[in-house]
Design a protein around this ligand. Structure first.
Ligand SMILES: Cc1cc2nc3c(=O)[nH]c(=O)nc-3n(C[C@H](O)[C@H](O)[C@H](O)COP(=O)(O)OP(=O)(O)OC[C@H]3O[C@@H](n4cnc5c(N)ncnc54)[C@H](O)[C@@H]3O)c2cc1C
Length: 529
């Protein structure tokens, strides 16, 4: 029998997971084509001189055992000095701290997952507020009496009268937090992210991202914490995702893990080729027969035939690659899909203007990231890369931050030359009192298109694209832009794993791929919480 092949578009988490799973569990040989010169997609590590950046900051945690085990097999968890480390999820406490004594030591080894504490706060009214918001006396003091009373009253009002149907993200937030808390802590940041008012964003966004988080749960978590019940628990299944307090993190950022996976794929007989952009898919009825890719540097073109095709490229682009007679109404929807784009300005500093005493005597803020809710600046979030992994920073005495802007590729800010963008970001951070220009040592600008598939505009009719494209038996849409789902790495990976399951089982319908949700226990009974 001739060898079976799978052509995989994109060397991000979904594409590489598909390749790895095919090699592990089938005799199908994966050929991964990546249009850029980098491995890891949005989850790559960007290198800038002796420093490294993580686009958006990638926490590695999942409620799925399958994903957690997969990550830990690729990169073992660091030894825990206190010898008391457990990852607890799916009601199982696992002593991954065979790591207690045997786990690698990140000071001497590179292939190692760190265990990091999560801390993120909201910066608003030139003050820090815990995130998730805690209804502590301190929070209320910072908000002031008048606002606190308004928050309490509007929360009670929402609790008594839920807005139904919950159509928009605005109603989603108001139903859970009340109007005033929504206006204070969610509206400005969310609108910075999406560039449209919350009442024009589908409530599905909230369901996907904010999940079951509510004031009652936040309060419950706070009380539990006070009682010490969540200590030592990393991926707490019973805990809402937004409340997770410890996570795994590759020593050199997320791309390090994906670079290892790409190496493993090659070592096992697969191919991962950078610099090839798939721009055509040839069809025969509802089967894909071949793909054509172009090398943007040289203009060279190659045609590759395969038995299976996995796509992680944006659906909007995929639909335009098909040589099939796609109905005009379907193309109208896919052409109308929207994305939010993303700029990170990396700024290397001798110090921050804002200092805080930490337990270890340092003066650096302990946050991994900070939501900038201040409406008088455009910056949406600030990463403190030192706190993701100290190994991301070349000189440990320096502070390495990422200032994040959400925009459209058509916006003026996207086209600003690097020097202007750096100047703009520096001015904004000075204005809100976080840095002094004089402390800036170096800076760079990274632009990432299509980071957020949007749940508005033509998305309302997305079902039409989904049902059309799902008819192609040997084409598997997986991952974030691949499925136009605002998801994390774990979901992207699970879609790839499930596509491979389907090939093995001979299953041709795609329903189980579209219904995958990492909030549901994967391959578990409904009551398996
Ligand atoms: C700001 C931000 C923060 C995030 N934080 C987290 C987090 O904390 N934890 C977490 O788990 N996840 C997080 N994520 C999500 C995570 O980045 C994605 O879920 C994941 O990278 C999606 O993987 P993917 O393979 O589907 O797509 P991508 O990462 O987008 O990879 C797709 C790849 O396909 C390539 N490609 C596209 N078109 C073509 C073509 N025509 N031909 C060839 N190659 C092509 C691209 O160059 C890219 O390399 C975050 C994302 C963002 C934007």
């Amino acid at each position: 029998m001739s060898e079976r092949k799978a052509l995989i578009i994109g060397a991000g988490p979904a594409g590489l997971t598909a390749a790895f799973e095919l090699l592990k569990r089938t005799d199908i040989r994966p050929i991964v084509l990546e249009k850029s010169e980098e491995i890891g997609g949005i989850s790559r590590t960007v290198r800038y001189k002796e420093n490294r950046m993580d686009i958006g900051g990638h926490r590695f945690f999942s409620k799925s055992d399958r994903v957690m085990n997969w990550w830990m097999e690729v990169m073992p968890v660091e030894a825990q000095a206190d010898g008391n480390f457990q990852i607890t999820y799916q009601r199982q406490s696992r002593d991954v701290a065979a790591a207690k004594t045997e786990g690698p030591d990140p000071r001497v080894e590179d292939r190692v997952m760190l265990v990091r504490n999560r801390k993120s706060r909201i910066y608003f009214l030139r003050q820090f507020f815990d995130y998730p918001i805690q209804l502590s006396a301190d929070t209320l003091k910072r908000l002031g009496v008048a606002r606190t009373i308004r928050i309490g009253l509007s929360y009670m009002q929402s609790a008594a009268h839920q807005i139904k149907p919950e159509k928009s993200l605005e109603t989603f937030f108001i139903n859970r937090f009340g109007k005033e808390l929504y206006r204070t802590f969610f509206k400005s940041y969310t609108e910075k992210v999406w560039g449209v008012p919350c009442d024009q964003i589908s409530a599905e966004w909230g369901a996907q991202r904010v999940k079951g988080l509510s004031i009652t749960r936040a309060l419950g978590h706070f009380l539990k914490k006070k009682l010490g019940r969540t200590a030592g628990d990393i991926s707490q299944k019973s805990t809402e995702t937004s409340l997770i307090e410890r996570f795994l993190y590759p020593k050199y950022g997320p791309g390090q893990l994906w670079e290892y996976v790409a190496e493993d794929v090659k070592a096992k007989g697969g191919t991962v080729t950078k610099g090839w952009k798939v721009h055509k898919l040839f069809t025969d009825g509802f089967r894909i027969t071949a793909a054509e890719a172009v090398n943007p540097e040289t203009g060279d073109v190659q045609r590759l035939e395969a038995d299976y095709f996995f796509s992680t490229m944006p659906i909007k682009e995929l639909m335009r690659c098909l040589d099939a007679p796609v109905p005009a109404s379907v193309l109208e929807v896919s052409d109308g899909l929207q994305y939010r784009d993303f700029i990170t300005v990396g700024v290397l500093l001798s110090k921050l203007a804002i200092k805080e005493d930490s337990e270890t005597g340092g003066k650096l803020l302990r946050d991994n990231w900070i939501y900038v809710q201040e409406p008088d600046v455009e910056v949406g979030r600030m990463q403190v890369f030192n706190n993701w992994s100290p190994y991301l920073v070349g000189n440990p005495d320096h502070v390495w931050i990422g200032l994040e802007y959400f925009c459209y590729e058509t916006d003026e800010i996207w086209r600003k030359p690097d020097a202007e963008m750096i100047d703009f970001a520096t001015r904004e951070m000075e204005k809100i009192g976080i840095i002094h220009r004089a402390d800036v040592l170096d800076a760079c600008v990274i632009r990432v298109p299509k980071t957020y598939p949007a749940y508005f505009g033509m998305y309302e009719r997305f079902e039409e694209v989904k049902s059309y494209i799902s008819r192609f038996e040997n084409l598997f849409l997986v991952g974030r832009n691949g499925m136009h789902k605002y998801n994390n790495q774990d979901h992207s990976m699970l879609t790839a794993m499930t596509a491979v399951d389907n090939i093995i089982e001979g299953r041709v319908d795609k329903a189980n791929l579209w219904s995958l949700n990492t909030e549901m226990e994967y391959h578990e009974s409904k009551d398996g919480k």
